[in-house]
Design a protein around this ligand. Sequence first.
Ligand code: EPU
Length: 347
Amino acid sequence: MLSFLQPQADLTAKNTLALPARAEWLAPIDAIAQLAAIAHSPEWARQPRFVLGGGSNLVLSGELPGITLAIALKGRAKLAEDADAHYLAAAAGENWHDFVGWTLREGCPGLENLALIPGTVGAAPVQNIGAYGREAGEFIDHLDAFDMESGEMCRFDRANCAFGYRQSVFKREGCQNGRHVITRVVFRLPKRWQPCVAYSELAAELARRGKAEKRQTPLDVAAAVMALRRKKLPDPAILPNAGSFFQNPAVSAALAAALGSIHPTLPRYPQADGSVKLAAGWLIEQVGWKGRNLGRVGMYEQQALVLVNRGGATASDVRNLARAVREAVFARFGVHLELEPVQAGKA
Ligand code: EPU
């Protein structure tokens, strides 16, 4: 028996949708030696595993079998600089938004568009968090992970992380029984800073604040991003949610053009690979689900892409609403919506 394992631990307060769930065994991890102890134990190494960060992108149900690794590794440091960039590191259990604030205070901008995203530094690469025209993966130099199969540390450089839209090698591997547990992420923040404000809503917010182009500082951009997020995205501490509940779907250029000719206001974002990304929030609003509830869950009134727990919801309430929304969007537009959060546990 490993002394840090807690049996039958309640996870309701550890997921931002506040869904009732428990871990068969909870392992709060504040040292890499604990991961090694699990990997090297003949009894525990064979158990199913689940990696829990901030719990902000999860749909949990029932019991998570085996060991839930609650990553609480702490620490951040300015590692080095060269002619072109600063290199800053944070342990996987650091809060993402606190880390972004610290990089700005250290005079190392770059992550300001990603301010106020809930969750941990270690979860950021898993789904390659993104907002307002930036993705975390663009700034990741490399990361360290514990390999639960070999029982040793290993390193992934950016190319090996295989980042895509809300995708990485770690998400494909799965949080459930995945091999690698991210322990530390090292960011490369270029010294030559340029604001990234092409996202029209962000440009409009900066203009509204009197921050004209060429005079915008990283702190101006961060403040505008935070204001936008506070306006459109509910605070999970007040109204439990997991951020965007569906991914923005990428469709063929032909389907996007056909839909655009029928619905001229449909937001369309052409991608490098020739596909076109559509705004799932717009599709959901059009089919009448914005601000509408089904039982104890609903789609948020300010942002139709956000599923909220109105109080006492379970994973089955969430699944029922997700199904209803997906069916309505498919029936009207012929577009499939994929869930963004990770689903885990058995009812
Ligand atoms: N829209 C509507 N109705 C709605 C919501 C959106 O018509 O209820 C329209 C907007 O008017 C806009 C378009 O859809 O034309 C896009 O909306 P928005 O700018 O709010 O962004 P999003 O595509 O809905 C994505 C990310 C967010 C990120 C924002 C800002 C995904 C799945 N979501 O949302 O990320 O903060 O862009 O960059 O890519 C998250 O992943 O959890 C998340 C919050």
